[in-house]
Design a protein around this ligand. Structure first.
Ligand code: NAP
Ligand code: MG
Length: 400
C-alpha cells in the first residue's frame, strides 16, 4: 500500500522524559508505516532549549504561524530542582507560556470518552469541553512582598504623562500585592474563538467570571463577550440551534456538577487551568484529555493535557517496566493530522486520523489498556499492558 502523502508540513515540537519516549514509539509504530510524514522538527527537549537559550521554543512558535498546524510533546517547565538536575544556564520560562504568548488564542480541552471508563460524576453523559483563555492575568502577573508599613498603589501613566492612581492598601504590617493585566484585543479574540468553536462543534457555550466582585476586570470580560455575541454571532447561534449563556462562576460550578455535559465551558486563564484538571480527572484520567490551542488568525497547536510523567521516566531509566498511557499524545497527533488534512483538502490524511483514533478506543474497549485505566475501568478482567505493549496493541488493530 502506498503511504499517504502530505503537501504541507506539520510543526513537530518534541519534548521531555516519558512523553518523549512515547513520542518516538507513536511515530515508529502508528504513523511512519502509513504516512510519508512531513514535519518541520523542533527539539523542545530541555537540553536543547538550554543550548539555544530557548530560541528553539520561539522558532517553533513562529513556524506554527507559518504552517498553521503544530503538534507538541509535553515539556519540562524548569524549577529550581530542574536547573540543578539539567545544569541549566537559566530557569527558562514555560514553553507553553512562550508559545501561547506568541500565538495568542484559546486552549480547548475535551475529555476522550470511551466505554468502560465512566465519569465519577454519574449524571455526566457527554464530554465537557473547557475553553481556556491563554493570555495574561496571573500568568503575566507582577508581584511584590511588602516588608512593612506603607502604601501600595496602582499607577497608570498615560502616553501624555498624566497619572491615574488607585490605592490598593495602606499597610501597617507586612503583606503581599500582585498586579495583573489583560488586553482588549486578546479578550475579543478569546470570545470569537469560543463562539466559532461552539458553531464548529454545535455545542452550547457557557461563560462565567467573578464579575460581581471584580467589577472592572472580570466585568470587562463579560461585557466584551456579550457585545461580540450580539453584534456577530446571535443569528448564527439561532440558526445552529445553540445558545450562549453567561453566569457567575460560583453558579457555573454548581450547574456543571448537575449537568449532563455536552457543552463548552469558557474560562479565564486561571479558572481554565484549574477546572480542566478537575474535569479530566472526573472523566477518568489526565491522560484521556485532548488539548488544542486555537489562535485568532487560524493557527492550531495540538498537545496532551498532562505533563512529562516524570515518575514513570525515572522507572524507565532504571530499566523497570512502565505502563504510561499514550492516548492523549496519540490524539494530539491525530488532531494535527486531521487539521492538516482539512486545510490541505487531503481526505486520506483525515480518514487516517479517524482510523487511528478508532483503533485506539477499540483497543481500550476490548479490555487492553494501561494501568491508570485498568484501575478505574468498569470492564471485567482488563489486560494491563506496558507502555510499548499498548501502542503495539493499537498498531495491530490499525493494521487489521
Ligand atoms: P504529570 O506529568 O502530568 O504527571 C502527574 C502524575 O499523573 C503522574 O505521576 C502519573 O501518576 C499521572 N499521569 C499523568 N499522565 C499520565 C499518563 N500519560 N499515563 C499514566 N499516568 C499519568 O505532571 P507532573 O508530574 O506534575 O509534571 C512532570 C513534568 O511535566 C514537570 O516538569 C512539569 O513542568 C511538566 N508539565 C508539562 C506540561 C506540558 O508540557 N503541557 C503540563 C504539565 C506539566 P502516577 O505517578 O501515580 O502513575
Ligand atoms: Mg494545570
Amino acid at each position: 500500500m502506498d503511504k499517504i502523502k502530505m503537501a504541507n508540513p506539520i510543526v513537530e515540537m518534541d519534548g521531555d522524559e516519558m512523553t518523549r519516549i512515547l513520542w518516538q514509539m507513536i511515530k515508529d509504530d502508528l504513523l511512519l508505516p502509513y504516512i510519508d510524514l512531513n514535519t518541520e522538527y523542533y527539539d523542545l527537549g530541555l537540553e536543547y532549549r538550554d543550548k539555544t537559550n530557548d530560541q528553539v521554543t520561539v522558532d517553533s512558535a513562529l513556524a506554527t504561524k507559518k504552517h498553521h498546524v503544530a503538534v507538541k510533546c509535553a515539556t519540562i517547565t524548569p524549577n529550581a530542582a530542574r536547573v540543578k538536575e539539567y545544569n541549566l544556564k537559566e530557569m527558562w520560562k514555560s514553553p507553553n507560556g512562550t508559545i501561547r504568548a506568541i500565538l495568542d488564542g484559546t486552549v480547548f480541552r475535551a475529555p476522550i470518552v470511551v466505554k468502560g471508563i465512566e465519569p465519577c460524576v454519574k449524571n455526566w453523559k457527554k464530554p465537557i469541553t473547557i475553553a481556556r483563555h491563554a493570555y495574561g492575568d496571573v500568568y503575566k502577573g507582577v508581584e511584590m512582598k511588602i516588608p512593612g508599613a506603607g502604601r501600595a498603589e496602582l499607577v497608570y501613566t498615560a502616553a501624555d504623562g498624566t497619572e491615574t492612581r488607585e490605592l490598593i492598601h495602606s499597610f501597617d504590617c507586612p503583606g503581599i500585592v500582585q498586579g495583573m493585566h489583560n488586553l482588549t484585543p486578546s479578550i475579543e479574540s478569546f470570545a470569537r474563538s469560543c463562539f466559532n468553536y461552539a458553531l464548529d462543534t454545535k455545542q452550547e457555550l457557557w461563560f462565567a467570571t467573578k464579575d460581581t466582585i471584580s467589577k472592572k476586570y472580570d466585568h470587562t470580560f463579560k461585557d466584551i463577550f456579550q457585545e461580540i455575541f450580539d453584534a456577530e454571532y446571535k443569528d448564527a447561534f439561532e440558526k445552529a440551534g445553540i445558545t450562549y449563556f453567561y453566569t457567575l462562576i460560583d453558579d457555573a460550578v454548581a450547574r456543571v456538577m448537575k449537568s449532563e455535559g455536552g457543552y463548552i465551558w469558557a474560562c479565564k486563564n486561571y479558572d481554565g487551568d484549574v477546572m480542566s484538571d478537575m474535569i479530566s480527572s472526573a472523566f477518568g484520567s489526565l491522560a484521556m484529555m485532548t488539548s488544542v490551542l486555537v489562535s485568532p488568525d487560524g493557527n492550531y497547536e495540538y498537545e496532551a493535557a498532562h505533563g512529562t510523567v516524570q515518575r514513570h521516566y525515572y522507572k524507565h531509566l532504571k530499566g523497570e517496566e512502565t505502563s504510561t498511557n499514550s492516548v492523549a499524545t496519540i490524539f494530539a497527533w491525530t488532531g494535527a493530522l486531521r487539521k492538516r488534512g482539512e486545510l490541505d483538502g487531503n481526505k486520506e490524511l483525515m480518514a487516517f486520523a479517524d482510523r487511528l483514533e478508532k483503533a485506539t478506543l477499540d483497543t481500550i474497549e476490548a479490555g487492553e489498556m494501561t494501568k491508570d485505566l485498568a484501575l478505574i475501568t468498569t470492564l471485567k478482567n482488563p489486560t494491563v499492558l506496558n507502555s510499548e505493549g499498548f501502542i503495539k496493541a493499537i498498531a495491530r488493530r490499525l493494521e487489521a
